[in-house]
Write a protein that binds this ligand. Structure first.
Ligand code: SAM
Length: 338
């Protein structure tokens, strides 16, 4: 079982002859069962435990009060896709998995109510985006979302600080900066940096609840809408660095162009723009390709590669445009001067 591929699993477990089905469609249609197994074992705390120590199924059964007989096939399934490893009768996960678990919890929440086939059908037929912040369970979603933002901010911040030389900067604008997680992580490394987080008004309560944003911290929140960049014009006047992290894909092409036009027109000549996102590269399938479904549900067809978007920024008049990838991060960083 340990080396069985999903394709083989679908064929053997369901006992259907290969010729009777399209193995690829059947495999992918069933692949969500890997996702929900990951979500369930994360919810139980089993994945976190296995990043810290190797445990047998009977130890897991006792520690997490679950049926040993029923948990073993799920552990084996995750071994077959190399999320877990099995050594004799012990299961273990790579310690690097732990940093991703808050993002996994967010996916579990999002897939339960938001990223559904019904939402995709609706957005395709009507063009109307689905907004997870309008859902009735938003109060449960916000802490899961902010925990995920904190974990990705911890990984991104050191690269931003080093690559963009932020220690020499005075003022940073974080567009779509959510609850200020990235701002806090950056400011811990550059304490004298003054940071303004711009996000929709609905993010203000989450910002206020973030312990890193004490009034004396030098991080402030400005409620604004990136789709109306003229209203943000004054924010750009005295800034050294403008960060747009994981938010480009939420804006339509027209909104992106309008935002970058205002940034160029309103920022000081030496100001630097840093755009981090999960650009979609040609080549073998990877996790970023799955993100295009999130973006469609948000009503945006974001299909840019890092290089194509660098060319777009250069075409819009930005200079000194570079792209950079960092190990351990799924996305790419674009850096440009206005
Ligand atoms: C995926 S989160 C990224 C958060 C953070 N920048 C990071 O990289 O972890 C996207 C953020 O953009 C914000 N956002 C989405 N549309 C926006 C808009 N039109 N104006 C301002 N903020 C927006 C969302 O509220 C959310 O906080």
């Amino acid at each position: 079982m340990a080396n069985t591929t999903i394709s083989e699993l679908a064929t053997t477990v369901c006992n259907l002859p290969r010729c009777a089905i399209d193995a690829s469609v059947w495999s992918w249609a069933n692949a969500y069962k890997v996702s929900i197994t990951i979500f369930a074992l994360n919810q139980l705390g089993i994945l976190r435990s296995l990043t810290r120590e190797a445990l047998t199924s009977s130890q897991l059964a006792v520690r997490f009060s679950v049926s040993e007989e029923l948990i073993v096939p799920l552990l084996d399934l995750l071994c077959s896709v190399q999320i877990l490893q099995r050594n004799a009768d012990q299961f273990v996960a790579s310690s690097s998995l732990e940093a991703v678990l808050p993002l996994v919890a967010m996916e579990a929440h999002v897939s339960a109510t938001h990223l559904t086939a019904a939402q995709i059908v609706n957005v395709l037929q009507t063009g109307a985006p689905a907004d997870i912040f309008q859902k009735s369970d938003v109060q449960q979603y916000v802490p899961v979302f902010t925990a995920a933002m904190r974990s990705s901010a911890r990984t991104l911040a050191p690269h931003l600080v080093r690559f963009a030389g932020l220690t020499r900067c005075r003022k940073l604008l974080d567009l779509g900066g959510a609850d200020g997680s990235l701002a806090c992580a950056v400011q811990r490394m550059v304490p004298n940096l003054s940071i303004t987080v711009i996000d929709l008004p609905r993010m203000a309560p989450a910002f206020a609840q973030n312990d890193g944003n004490q009034p004396e911290s030098g991080i402030q929140f400005h409620a604004g809408d990136l789709r109306d960049p003229e209203s943000l014009r004054d924010q750009f006047h005295d800034t050294d660095v403008i960060v747009l992290s994981n938010a480009l894909h939420l804006l339509t092409t027209a909104h992106r162009s309008a935002l970058f036009e205002v940034i160029r027109r309103s920022s000081p000549a030496a100001a630097r723009l840093l755009v981090y996102d999960q650009f979609i590269e040609e080549g073998p399938l990877d996790a970023t390709h799955f993100m295009s479904v999130d973006w469609i549900v948000n009503g945006v067809a974001f299909r840019e590669s890092a290089d194509s978007y660098a060319a777009t920024l250069a075409g819009a008049g930005f200079v000194d445009v570079h792209t950079r990838r960092f190990s351990g991060l799924p996305g790419a960083l674009l850096s440009a001067r206005v």
